[in-house]
Design a binder for this molecule. Sequence first.
Ligand code: C2E
Ligand code: CA
Ligand code: CA
Ligand code: CA
Length: 275
Amino acid sequence: HAGRNNACFYSDILHLKSLGREHVAIQARLSDAIRLGSLQVFYQPIIHAKNGEVYAIEALARWQDDKSGWISPELFIPMAEKVGLIQELSEVVTHQSLCKLREWRDAGLPQKLMLNVSRSQLFAPRFVSNLVDRLAEFRLRPADVIIEITESVALTDYSRQLKHLKLLGAAGFALAIDDFGTGYSSLSQLHEMPAQILKVDVSFTQRLHTEEGRRVMQAIVQLSHGLDLQIVVEGVENLETARFLQGLGVQFLQGFHFSEPVPPGVAELWMRLGL
Ligand code: C2E
Ligand code: CA
Ligand code: CA
Ligand code: CA
């Protein structure tokens, strides 16, 4: 927010977690933030490994609390799920990001929007038709949006999920399996998923400095090719990693090396000019 070459830190999450009372107070403030519109959406580009062009942008919720400063989504998203605020929170994120997507389409920018959807949202009644309606309000189509489902969501409570994911697919949304490799994966189920994209979790990228880590990544890439899935590798933090992944045949890259999540104005610049 403060421009480049600045670092800022989220409030100490562990500290917040340890304080029961404080936690309750934070929940109340999250509720206010959602209702009063102080929640923001930042955007992180997903890059074509081949040419560095921006393929898509991922919408990521951001919350700056008056008292505690920036609070990590790793804290407030699970909190919102637990206390039943996730629906409202994601309506805010959806509304803001579709507004922006409309502006970007009007400016001739073709990039897709990647939206995170959590388990409880996926199972909410009329989730798919509501989302299609929201898109229509902005004269957008499901093909403009890629839905990211985390793997733990994607592979437990399996048949029910498959049904909901197929509804999303039938409505025209592309699906990405988020945080691949961190959940309870069953490879036999993976090929039945109506997904087009695998997003490989940052924990794999962080192990690429070891021989074993590189072999695991290579195996994941081969698996995705074999299953006709496109692949996004998250957590690309330097040029060496980007080059290595490019060499393996990874289609898309995401990470701080290209850009951290940024406010919409900056994201628009990246989309216009490339990175
Ligand atoms: P995610 O969907 O896996 O998002 C990617 C996370 O990796 C983001 O964390 C991003 O800032 C971080 N990241 C990006 N590049 C790098 C890198 O090069 N290195 C490292 N170490 N990390 C990188 P963030 O923004 O803190 O979000 C955390 C999680 O919160 C997200 O993980 C997602 O699961 C959830 N989340 C965020 N916004 C939303 C939302 O609107 N709805 C839902 N349901 N979940 C959300
Ligand atoms: Ca995601
Ligand atoms: Ca992820
Ligand atoms: Ca994650």
